[in-house]
Design a protein around this ligand. Structure first.
Ligand SMILES: C[S@@+](CC[C@H](N)C(=O)[O-])C[C@H]1O[C@@H](n2cnc3c(N)ncnc32)[C@H](O)[C@@H]1O
Length: 385
């Protein structure tokens, strides 16, 4: 197993409040078993390779993100600035992912649950006594599915009850109009709509940050398909100071363009391009590789090109963007992470790690070993990697 992936696996296997991540997922599944139809209790994944996004998110949240940004927040608070850290998950799921492995399956926590467990693990490892330094001031979980949101609420309540290492969070059904102390909002916006992105942008920059405040966040973008995340609308949100981790469905994008499943307007919104460009792409004159490149490069350019508002130190641009090809037996995806190179010297170590990680994952993709590798990690069969 490559050194960088090995580090990821070490993190994945840690216990949080006495339970491994898989044990947490099983508890969250069993506790809610009676409350909702079986079909909706988990988010099912048939392509194990894509789960690399969750392993990556888990590592990134604790270190570098919370490790570094929480001290930045402390520093600002000492200067009497109103500083806040947020986690925003726009396609949050229901908290438990079920990965199909042959005739069996394994349950693991979804992104939204990982976001709550990450600070708990940091507190546990650093043996902090209250007041705990690593926490999100606000967590926003958005999903269009009613039963998923209901599960998220119950699962969050369950975790908060089980662990004492967390500050008390209040859970809201919508974004509160006044900024509260430590809260979770479970919202129901449709990401296909322009208003959604604008609304979140205004909310974070105006309601949460305000004229003299400071905010920074981690935004996780895990859409079900390219049309659920039109770049034209997404770019609004990119003005909010944040790091981005996203999974792009490159394979679906190319297939739908080839099969002319998008209208010109939908494609123009997905790519944030003009109509004539969208029309030309729908003519089937571009190769598979060209279309993939078009999609991934457009995303990269947006991430790098949009200026973040209210950055007080270092570059206002996300000048570090890394795409990691996740090619699995069943499809093509890109895991993309964007942050700043000027976020501090401690990020440098992470930059080196991420370059190695990308190389190792791409190697697995090249030889069609990614699904196997992830299955081995989840089942603990690391020796074959
Ligand atoms: C790939 S899943 C996310 C899985 C999640 N990240 C996890 O780790 O459990 C995509 C989610 O997006 C939601 N969704 C689909 N279309 C949406 C839309 N237009 N707006 C908001 N959410 C949407 C689905 O209900 C689904 O839960």
């Amino acid at each position: 197993m490559g050194e960088a992936i090995k580090e990821l696996v070490e993190d994945w296997n840690k216990e949080i409040n006495g339970l491994t991540l898989q044990e947490w997922a099983n508890e969250l599944y069993n506790a809610m078993k009676e409350k909702i139809t079986k079909e909706k209790l988990t988010f099912k994944v048939v392509n194990p390779g894509t789960v690399m996004k969750l392993l990556f998110l888990w590592k990134y949240m604790r270190n570098p993100y919370l490790h570094i940004m929480a001290s930045r927040r402390d520093e600002l608070k000492r200067k009497r600035r109103n500083a806040k850290l947020f986690y925003l998950d726009l396609y949050a799921g229901n908290g438990v992912v079920e990965v199909k492995i042959e005739d069996d399956s394994i349950k693991i926590p979804g992104s939204s649950v990982l976001a709550l467990l990450a600070p708990i693990l940091l507190h546990q490892e650093r043996k902090q006594t209250p007041p705990y330094g690593y926490y999100w001031d606000l967590i926003v979980l958005n999903d269009i599915d009613d039963s998923y949101r209901k599960l998220l609420r119950e699962r969050y309540q369950y975790i908060l009850k089980q662990t004492t290492l967390m500050p008390i969070y209040r859970i809201y059904h919508a974004l509160p109009s006044e900024v509260k102390d430590k809260w979770v909002a479970i919202t129901e916006y449709n990401c296909e709509k322009d208003e959604t992105w604008n609304f979140f942008k205004q909310y974070f920059l105006q309601t949460v940050k305000g004229p003299n405040g400071w905010i920074h966040g981690l935004i996780f973008l895990d859409p079900p398909s390219p049309s659920a995340m039109p770049f034209r609308f997404l770019k609004e949100l990119l003005t909010v100071p944040s790091d981005i981790i996203a999974l792009l469905h490159t394979g679906i994008f190319v297939k739908h363009v080839y099969e002319q499943k998008y209208t010109v307007d939908t494609l123009a919104n997905i790519l944030d391009c003009d109509r004539s460009k969208a029309e030309s792409l729908l003519q089937k004159t571009h190769s598979y590789e060209e279309l993939e490149k078009e999609y991934v490069n457009k995303f990269r350019n947006l991430l790098q090109g949009v200026r973040m508002q209210g950055i007080s130190k270092g570059s206002p641009y996300r000048d570090f963007v890394k795409e990691i090809r996740l090619y699995t037996g069943k499809g093509h995806y890109h895991l993309v992470v964007a942050t700043r190179t000027t976020a501090g010297p401690e990020y440098e170590e992470w930059h080196n790690w991420s370059a190695k990680f990308a190389e190792e994952v791409e190697e697995l993709s090249k030889y069609d070993q990614l699904d196997h590798a992830v299955i081995d990690i989840l089942t603990g069969r690391q020796a074959t990697l």
